[in-house]
Ligand binder design. Structure first.
Ligand SMILES: Nc1nc2c(ncn2[C@@H]2O[C@H](COP(=O)(O)OP(=O)(O)O)[C@@H](O)[C@H]2O)c(=O)[nH]1
Ligand SMILES: [Mg+2]
Length: 337
């Protein structure tokens, strides 16, 4: 199934049922007083956060949702049945916008949280309500109120503590698979990861970190080139970014090149991304085992510009325990603010 994290749907809440014009039938009196009941309320359109959903892919080709109309009132003061609500499941982290006005209607985070996005129309009042001293037999009842129709943009933004970013093929997915329960696709050609992935890193004391693998940023991503821009939004909620740099791509002349490319993309993307706390992870140090000085040199270059840095090999497992404890400490500190 395609990975979908952005979708526009059309919703329509139910119309209110019409009020009823009716008169009591009594023996010896052809027309008793008015007894037309009210119409039922139209159903609401409700978005609800479901733990079963991780993406918006379940929308498939279904883009229109309609709640049930209220039933008309009936004689004998019987109120019409309310229309059923239409409940639409979304994953945690779904932002809801009115597509026509651009207004943010809600940000749905917690399991079972609900947002009424279109209210059902009120039922019309039956003629019972309209009897007066001068008109004891009103032939008038209200129509029900119409439901609302809206176009909604649902935009999923992962809820994650840590975002892993970097150029394609630097080992982001490998790292995610090594430190979390996630099992992403790993292959050695560019752009194998075309969907962002989420994994959970558990610590002994039951504190857990959610880590997001954000697919390959390439130069120009923020201008819509490649895949990066589309997925950068998944870094928005994270508290810490790990910039992965492939040490086997680092040149002696310009060791900061890949890092700078990435920083530029983040700034161009805008928002708060470039201000987020971050650290650089030099990956694939196993490929430079024979050149420890090269690794040392690269590390000091980052330190010179004030960037926190560490070397790992996601593949061989070097430095991963240390990385985990750094993450643990950093996020505790960030949380304490
Ligand atoms: N030698 C070495 N190869 C690695 C390391 N980490 C990842 N790779 C390889 O690099 C390639 C790309 O890895 P992947 O995790 O898919 O990169 P992504 O595009 O950043 O997600 C794969 O062939 C991995 O096996 C590492 O620490 N050392
Ligand atoms: Mg990947």
């Amino acid at each position: 199934m395609d990975f979908i994290d952005e979708v526009v749907i059309r919703v329509r809440s139910g119309d209110g049922g019409r009020g009823c014009v009716s008169f009591r039938r009594e023996r010896f009196r052809p027309k008793g007083g008015p007894d037309g009941g009210d119409g039922g309320k139209g159903g609401d359109i409700i978005l609800r956060v479901s733990p079963e959903r991780e993406t918006l892919s379940h929308f498939g080709s279904r883009r229109y949702f309609k709640a049930q109309n209220g039933e008309p009132g009936r004689g004998d003061q019987k109120t019409g049945k309310d229309g059923n609500d239409c409940i639409i499941e979304v994953p945690p982290g779904t932002k809801v916008y009115d597509e026509d006005t651009g207004e943010l209607l809600g940000d749905l985070i917690h399991i079972s949280e609900e947002l009424v996005v279109a209210k059902g129309g009120k039922g019309g009042k039956g003629n019972t309500h309209f009897a007066t001293s001068t008109n004891r037999a009103p032939r008038y009842a209200q129509k029900g109120m119409k439901g609302e129709e809206k176009r909604l943009r649902l935009s999923l933004i992962y809820i994650a503590d840590v975002g892993i970013i970097g150029l394609p093929n630097v080992g982001k997915s490998t790292l995610l698979s090594r430190i979390t329960n996630a099992r992403p696709k790993i292959e050695s050609y560019l752009f194998t990861t075309i969907v962002p992935g989420l994994g959970v890193l558990n610590f002994e004391d039951e504190i857990r970190l959610i880590i997001a693998d954000i697919p390959g940023l390439i130069e120009g991503a923020s201008k819509g080139k490649g895949l990066g821009l589309r997925f950068l939004k998944h870094a928005e909620r994270t508290k810490l970014l790990l910039h992965i740099v492939d040490i086997s791509n680092v040149s002696l002349e310009d060791p900061l090149k890949d890092y700078m490319t990435l920083r530029k993309e983040l700034s161009a993307y805008g928002g708060s991304l470039s201000q987020k706390p971050h650290m650089v992870i030099l990956n694939k140090i196993d490929l430079k085992e024979k050149e420890p000085l090269m690794i040392e040199n690269t590390i000091s270059k980052f330190k010179e510009i004030g960037v926190e840095v560490m070397g790992i090999s996601a593949l061989k497992g070097y430095g991963l325990e240390e990385l985990k404890s750094v993450l643990y400490k950093k996020l505790n500190l960030l949380e304490e603010g």
